[in-house]
Design a protein around this ligand. Structure first.
Ligand SMILES: *Cc1c(COP(=O)(O)O)cnc(C)c1O
Length: 353
């Protein structure tokens, strides 16, 4: 079996040490030091400015998205959401649930986000922009420079769900003036599902709500605890150890830039290899190195997905809704090699033949 999925991904051998490790008690200096060290490394990789903070929670990525909406925004804000698929729609639902007024830029299937979409919302009193920088459901990778410029011009906070781009593409909170970055363990970080992170800029820390509706996700409470490497409630201790092993592995491989190059190389290899095939890359918009959306014609994409798993043991991501029968998403993160990619393509060829 091989996972070419967006997450959980094919695991790297290095984290398997954490699977069998006894889980230690966590209200200890040893655990606090582990947390501080891991978060320090991640803060560096996120390129966080001085005075910003990184929090982590025991939940999937959506938990962190909801926590950010609940703690960072309130009914006096006016939010703008880039809604280009499943995850954009999720931000809309969360804002509704938490009574934050919002508008959304609703993109049609295959519609690329441009400056023109944003210009309609220029100088209209919006206070925050929420974007899933890589909209994993379609594979559209938005232009962070364009979004960052728009926010700066309009004095808006920039809230980025970077769940499926952080650790797969270059990213910098400082450079793009990002106020909130959300990411989770099971995507490009390659860890087990169940841990999510929220990085907060200095000015967002000053804006945080005093009374979020959630008791578990109370950022101020979490900030008080993280200062000493602790969380108010029981963390996913096992995943914190996986993160430790993963960080060591990435550092051994040459650090973040080599890591990103390794993913970019797999991505390039896949895209070159399928050139000229009867299935092709969806190039209606920019793509992340994390994922290639592949369009099929003459065969049912969902059928290809089913046969890849049942006949070959390869897992890729099918699409939902109107894309179900025409598109599959192939991920380039996780422990897959160039040979694995060759085998995947050979399997697809055999199915579509
Ligand atoms: C995976 C993902 C999420 C979170 O999904 P969970 O199932 O809650 O972990 C959120 N946003 C994007 C862009 C994602 O790819």
């Amino acid at each position: 079996m091989k996972n070419f999925t967006v997450g959980p991904v094919e695991p790297y051998a290095c984290i398997q040490k954490a699977y069998t490790r006894e889980i230690p008690y966590f209200r200890t200096e040893v655990y606090s030091d582990l947390v501080k060290s891991n978060l320090r490394t991640l803060s560096g990789w996120l390129d966080m400015e001085a005075g910003s903070e990184l929090l982590y929670f025991a939940c999937s990525g959506t938990g962190a998205m909801e926590a950010a909406v609940d703690n960072c925004l309130n009914e006096k804000d006016r939010a703008l959401v880039i809604n280009g698929g499943t995850f954009g729609a999720r931000f809309c639902s969360l804002l509704e649930k938490h009574h934050v007024p919002y508008s959304s830029v609703n993109l049609r299937w295959n519609e690329a986000l441009t400056e023109l979409h944003l210009s309609e919302y220029q100088d209209k009193g919006y206070t925050a922009l929420l974007v899933n920088l890589h909209e994993t459901s379609s594979g559209q990778f938005y232009d962070i420079e364009m979004l960052s410029r728009f926010c700066a011009r309009n004095h808006m906070y920039l809230i980025v769900d970077a769940i499926s781009t952080f650790m797969a593409d270059e990213y910098s909170m400082k450079k793009y003036g990002v106020d909130v970055t959300i990411f989770s363990s099971q995507k490009a970080l390659g860890l087990s599902p169940g841990m999510s992170f929220v990085a907060l800029s200095k000015r967002m820390i000053e804006k945080l709500n005093d009374n979020p509706s959630s008791c578990y996700f109370d950022f101020k409470d979490s900030l008080n605890n993280i200062a000493r490497g602790q969380t108010p409630f029981t963390p996913a201790v096992n995943i914190m150890y996986e993160l430790h092993y993963m960080i060591n592995y990435i550092e051994e491989q040459g650090g973040l830039s080599s890591w990103l190059e390794h993913i970019a190389a797999k991505c390039r290899y896949f895209r070159q290899k399928i050139h000229g095939k009867p299935y092709y890359i969806n190039d209606a918009y920019s793509l992340s190195n994390m994922l290639t959306p592949v369009i099929f014609s003459g065969v049912d994409a969902y059928d290809v997905f089913k046969r890849l798993s049942s006949e070959f043991g390869f897992y890729v991501n099918p699409c939902g809704g109107e894309l179900a029968s025409s598109m599959l998403r192939i991920s380039h993160v996780g422990n897959t090699s160039m040979e694995d990619i060759d085998q995947l393509i050979a399997a697809i060829d055999q199915i579509v033949k």
